[in-house]
Design a protein around this ligand. Structure first.
Ligand SMILES: [Zn+2]
Length: 225
């Protein structure tokens, strides 16, 4: 749950300037999605139980003859090529039919202008159509991929770091002015539970979350063991 700038995001991804929200198989072994919890965010993404993200599909391209927020989100273009919605749906369907492993998806969340959170890897486990009161949109379920953290003794706390809502991350980032609360460093920042989840601390309130640099985050982890 590292806080990064956009140039760091690009560097993470080997120089790819990730611009679109949905990028199926943009890397050899995984896809990338961007989500936003800015106040004017264009899509309705939400966090379900156990850190599962419900990610909304994307709209038809802007067009003079319709308002893209009023037409169904497209699965394919007029010529029949799958849109990003279509590619993610196909992968989710194939997984549900036992034809493939879940597609691996890297998630980045924008919490304010120029400030991103590396949310790590998720498994694409479901995709479906949902009527939002006005039109049909796609929803994709992304479940935290635990392969990298299964072996870690801090497993429970790591999993709960991924459940801090975007609004809470933004509030903490603004309150702590984008600096480590202990030393004021602006580099390598992480979100930290003041009282760890495993000791009863909440992930949902800003008063229990703070920004720490990598060094102070590690030091604190050691103290609690
Ligand atoms: Zn520090």
């Amino acid at each position: 749950m590292k806080v990064i700038s956009y140039p760091q995001l690009v560097m993470n991804e080997g120089g790819i300037q990730v611009q679109k929200g949905m990028n199926f198989a943009i890397k050899k072994s995984y896809s990338i999605v961007l989500m936003s919890t800015e106040k004017n965010a264009p899509y309705n993404d939400s966090m379900l139980e156990d850190g599962v993200i419900e990610y909304e599909g994307h709209d038809a391209p802007r067009n003079d003859s319709y308002n893209k927020k009023e037409v169904d989100q497209p699965i394919a273009t007029k010529t029949g090529t799958l849109t990003e919605n279509g590619k993610f749906m196909q992968a989710a369907d194939n997984f549900k039919e036992g034809k493939r492993e879940p597609a691996l998806v890297k998630v980045y969340r924008k919490i304010r202008k120029g400030v991103w959170v590396d949310m790590g890897f998720y498994d694409l486990i479901d995709g479906f159509n949902k009527f939002d009161g006005k039109r049909n949109v796609f929803k994709f379920l992304l479940k935290p991929n635990t392969n990298e953290i299964d072996e870690n003794p801090d497993y429970i706390d790591l999993l709960h770091n991924r459940q801090i809502p975007g609004e809470v991350q933004r509030e903490v980032y603004e309150r702590d002015k984008g600096e480590c609360r202990i030393c004021g460093s602006k580099d390598n920042l992480h979100f930290d539970h003041i009282l760890p989840y495993s000791k009863g601390g909440s992930s949902k309130v800003a008063t229990n979350i703070q920004l720490l640099c990598a060094r102070h985050n590690l030091q604190k982890g050691a103290k609690f063991q």
